[in-house]
Design a protein around this ligand. Sequence first.
Ligand code: C5P
Length: 330
Amino acid sequence: MMFFLLMSLVIVAIPYAIERYGLRVRFGLFALLFWLFAFQFVLIFTIDALLQNFADSMPGWLESMLTTIGGFAFVTIGITPIITLVLAAAYLLFALGQWLFDKDEKDRPTRQTPFTIAIDGPAASGKGTLARRIADAYGYHHLDTGLTYRAVAKALMDQNMPLDDEFLAEKAARNVDLSKLDRAVLSAHDIGEGASKVAVMPAVRRALVAAQQGFATRPPGAVLDGRDIGTVVCPDAPVKLYITASPEARAKRRFDEIQANGGGAKYEEILEDLMRRDARDMGRTDSPLKPASDAHLLDTTEMDIETAFLNAKTLIDQALARNTRSNSKQ
Ligand code: C5P
C-alpha cells in the first residue's frame, strides 16, 4: 500500500506542481499514466487473490495464464512512474529552455491593440453626434451602447413582459444582436425610459458589456458612446471623453430635435424627464454614470458640434501619435 501511495504521489503530484507553477503540461497524459498504474495495481492484487484462493480448482492453463499476466503487470508497474518522471523532467527542461531563450520575446507585447475611443455623458449631451462624427472622420466602427439597453427594453415591452424581472431581462440582453440595432425604432421616448430601468440590473449589464467589449476590439478602431464606457467597458481606452452640458441646454436640444421631426412635446416635461433619467443613471450602484478619472471633460453647453469635434480630434491625434511611437519602438 505504501508503494502504491508513493508512486501515486510521483504520478499525480509532480505534474500537478509543474502545472500549478505556470508551466503548461499536458495533464491528461499524466492522468492516463495514473489510471494505467492504478489498473495494473488492481490487476496484480486480483490475480494474486485468485491464485491464492482458487489455484487448486482452476485448470492448469488458466493458472499459468494468470501467472504470466500478473508477472507482466508486476514488471510494468514499475515502468509507469519511471515514464512519468522522465516526461516531467523533459517538460521541465523544455520550459526552462523556453523561459531562458524566449524571455525577451515574451516581455514584448505581440498583439497591437485596436484603437478604442470611449465617450460617456448624460442624455442629449451631444456624445452620440460627436461619436458618429469621430467614427466617420477616422474610419472607425461606432456603437451607441444606449441602443443595446433600449433593445432589451423593447424586447420585453413587445412581449408585454415586466421591465423589472432580471431573469427575463438578462435573457433578452443575451439575444441582442449588435448588427440589428435600429435607431429609428429604438429612439422612441418610452423605450428610453424602459432602457434606464433595465440598465440598473447587474445581469443585464454583464451580458451587454461583454458584447460591447467584443465590439471595441474591431480593427482598425472603434468609438463607443454610453454611460460607463471609460469606467467599465473600455477602462484601457487610449482616449476617453466625458461630454456634459447643462440640463437646460440638453432639454432645449431634445425639444428642437422633436419639433424638427414634426413631433410635439413640452420643454418642461423634457427637462424633467432628462433630470429623472440623469438621477437614475448617476445614482445606480452598478456602473453609475461618472467621468473616468483619466477622461477629458468637454462641456458642450456653449459649444457647437464642430468645435467639440476639433477639441476631440486634437486629443485623438495626440493619442494616435503616442500609439505609433510605442508600436515602432517594439
Ligand atoms: O443613451 P440613451 O439615452 O440611448 O440610453 C438609454 C439608457 O440606457 C440610459 O438612460 C441609461 O440608463 C442606459 N445606458 C447605460 N449604459 C450605457 C448606455 C446607456 O446604462 N453605456
